[in-house]
Design a protein. Structure first.
Length: 192
């Protein structure tokens, strides 16, 4: 069992994976940074899930190419590399779990690529605000953090948030976006 505090970097580019973590509680954000410092959030690992990047690195015997950060306090079961290798070889159920999770996440990553390459920023931002608010009506995030969520520039997010605010859909203060009209945001986020 592992208990990790919010903000802890669980893995980073160049690190060798030593365990597969099965999250019991909490959330881990997996993100990648460019040489220029621009970030994009690839996905989140929630309770009941494992990190497919870790699975892939363990299977390929490669180091990490992205970073995993505990967004909340995390409780997880750590499966050491030797046990992981043994279970993949012997247990059909474990192997199915690993590859099903891998397949689902690959589909998610293709969706991220499609959104970044072809999605409208207003729809993507509205959807992300609703998802991050998790029904609370507020998102605690800076414009830079939202830009990393969407794989775009901070200035683009700032302009779009200003437009949402002008329309009365959100309110803004330092590090906080309040959703004033979630229905309007949902309408923008809905696929055309």
């Amino acid at each position: 069992m592992m208990h990790v505090a919010r903000g802890t970097v669980l893995f980073a580019p160049g690190m060798e994976p030593v365990n597969l973590l099965l999250l019991l509680e909490g959330t881990v954000r997996v993100q990648q940074s460019s040489d220029s410092g621009r970030e994009i959030v690839l996905y989140r690992v929630e309770a009941g899930e494992s990190c497919v990047l870790t699975s892939a690195c363990l299977l390929a015997q490669e180091d990490y190419a992205a970073e995993g950060v505990a967004e909340t306090d995390v409780t997880a079961v750590a499966i050491p590399r030797a046990t992981f290798d043994d279970l993949v070889g012997r247990s059909r159920q474990f192997r199915d779990f690993v590859f099903q999770a891998y397949a689902r996440r690959m589909t998610d990553l293709f969706r991220v690529i499609d959104e970044v390459a072809f999605g409208r920023i207003d729809a993507r931002l509205a959807e992300r605000l609703l998802a991050l608010a998790r029904g609370t009506g507020a998102v605690q995030a800076t414009h830079q953090q939202l830009a990393a969520e969407l794989g775009t520039a901070r200035e683009v997010v700032s302009r779009q948030l200003t437009e949402f605010q002008r329309r009365g859909w959100i309110g803004q203060s330092r590090g906080l976006v309040t959703l004033s009209d979630p229905q309007a945001l949902a309408a923008v986020a809905a696929p055309v």
